[in-house]
Design a protein around this ligand. Sequence first.
Ligand code: PEP
Ligand code: MG
Length: 869
Amino acid sequence: MSSPDPAPGRLALTAPLSGLIVPLTEVPDPTFAEKMVGDGVSIDPTSEVLLSPCDGRVTLLHPAHHALTVTTPDGVEVLMHIGLETVGLKGRGFTPKVREGDEVTAGQPLIAFDAAYLARNAASLLTQIVISNGDKVYEYHPSAGRAEAGRTIVLELTLAGPPAGAAPSPPKDRAASAAGAGGEAASPELVILNPEGLHARPTAVLANSAKRFTAEIRLVKGDREANAKSVVAVMGLDVKRHDRVRIIADGLDAAEAVEALAAMIQSGLGENLHGRPKEAPAPAPAAPAPARSDEPGLLRGVSASTGLATGRIFQLRRAEIIVSEKGGDPEAERRALLAALEEAKKELAGLENKLRLSADVGKAAIFAAHQEILEDPELMTATLVGLDRGQSAAFAWRAAVQTQADTLKNLNNELLAGRANDVHDVGRRVLAKLTGQDDGPAPIPEEAILVAEDLTPSDVTGFDRHRVLGFCTTGGGATSHVAILARAAGLPAVAAIDRRALEAPDGTPAVLDGEKGELRLNPSAEEIERVRGLQRQADLDREKDLAEAARPAVTLDGHRFKVVANIGGLAEAKESVTQGGEGVGLLRSEFLFLERSEAPSEEEQGSVYQAIAKALGPERDLVVRTLDVGGDKPLAYLPLAPEVNPFLGVRGIRLNKVAPELFAAQVRAALTAAGFTRLHLMFPMIATVEEIREARAVVEREGEALKVQAPVAVGIMVEVPAAAMLAEGLAAEVDFFSIGTNDLTQYTLAIDRGHPSLAKMADGLHPAVLALIDRTVRGAHRHGKWVGVCGGLAGEPAAVPILLGLGVDELSVSVGSIAAVKAAIRRCRLDRCRGLAGEALARLTAAEVRALAGEFLEREREDDHVERV
Ligand code: PEP
Ligand code: MG
């Protein structure tokens, strides 16, 4: 059978399936409904073999066999997509009858499918027939009613361009197209290496960067594509790790856009490509629905934030904002919308800045992402379409927000479903401004355990910590921003709680167990007492540690060691002081640079370094480590050429060569903190003496230019074996060393510190690493220079006696470990530690060293006990 004879410049497509013809706009998937892939029709099928709707050639058969394109001799690409969300079936349920490149005639079977299997395993059977190169089409005439496969015409097209009979244009191959006269450019296929695919943060970086170009930019994944300037549209593509994508741009600056964005995608859009991002929690697999408990009063959910709380239920219900559908003058509605958006944006920017200044980077990033949502072009477009239909700004905005949130929720991906909540949060903020119905923070009673369907990041940030002891929500998950905020605030939280929680009356006594993910209503008096007992004991231990933490850490035989903090911002600097920190041994300055689309200004950096220096005061050391990115910490705005081995590539101090002005600006900013504290500058990843000399020269040059009077010490991280081996020579060039055992172990044992299965073998107590520490300490002490350890090993109680025995002068540990490490030092005798270190150096494996350290600690405890008795 051949195609019905079309009129010149027209193309009639016969039904590839029998069934009801459905307008494309009614397909419950915005990618099709909003015609992102192309215009056409959809069929709700009653047959199970997809037939070719026209003569042509199969130019694409998706590897998952759920979609295929037939290109007509006129070059019109007819894309057919069987079902919705069928790509995830990975070919199951589909049997292709043709191969790519086959010539086909109208009515020829293309793909057979098992409708019953699809009905069970896919979101829908609706099959879309769309034209993916709409520039070939002038007008679409979709049919309505019932279609009979191979007979009914479902879509008639009036073609644009040369009339039929002119030389057929070759099928367009987007992958091969480059920046041409038409202004279109396309990248080659790019493999996504972000551990969690393109989730909210890398997406925000991509969209933000795309917005700087005037060209229309699309991110293409398989047969779907999204506006690259829209966070929500890109998230809607659900791009996973190892997915292949392309950037296609059309416009004046298309070529630059493609080049820049492709480089950013390859360098990870600001994310660690070699493991899980540090601040984002690992994505929990779609949380299994917690089993409903039959125990009276026990309601189950999933853990979102650990901790225990005993209090009383308070149901947090927010009044619905009432909006009327009909709008006034569309121009006035548009102005009202823009004003509300502007106001919301200012609010969010203020919130972000406040958190950034208090160095709460994780939280700041959440509100930065909210601003991205606010600027989302898809949301705006959908709202403006509503205004054109005569709707009020509030109604149109609310509908657009709902659609975007539903899209994310329906992706069957816990991480993205969590982001739907962020869209709602931003939506409500704007709606409140538009309607003036801002209900403000809810009046919450004391000792409240909140129950809600869902909470937003704004809710959690606004909670009065004296009243809210914990919360549970029927929605949400362990990876939502709300969960992240709860963990940051130390608030126990349970997500996906049994809906019966919503029926518990206000004031009901309850115990919330964040660890187990449970809410117990009306607990017995014994249960309450048991939980309170646990809380009291934990508090007492912590209090005791803290009470002693302010005392110096002196060994039993009278040797004092300094215990200082590893910090990532101002909040931790302040916290370290209250927890007995005697200074800061490592300020990881990356916190100022990561997860943003532009470098921080010199002024911003300066004000943060000064604030940290003031928090520590003139009696404490502050060691500012200069920017240590690359490897596991890429920067979105400093795309580096892709490297096969980024950990052996442009990392740490090596960036000084690639971005000298970034380095100099940081040095200048840090120097402004001299005088407020005892300032030390430290260079990461030093492997050669030239690197030290070049970096020192920058410090001296900038110091002179700024006329810095206060002394500034200069040191290096010893984390590359070469530096440890040359320690004696390098010690003459610096004022101090700080041993980064995390990297020193990685490079000594040749084990990627983020490797999913090998990383646990990267044990800093390996005798080879200890030998390098020994060599470093000896080299430094010969020149009278001090040595600290700032890698994770310093915070391990088992490692403390060995490190002291090897002669290190200072331990720099995470803020939460300060008290415990001080206590561990107080249990040591230095002479015995030296003996232990000597024995450890003579062992051959990390396991042997650990066994030795275990026996040593045991013996010391017994001796201590005997002496006290
Ligand atoms: C280290 O490598 O031990 C270290 C402290 O630096 P970072 O963990 O930041 O690489
Ligand atoms: Mg390091």
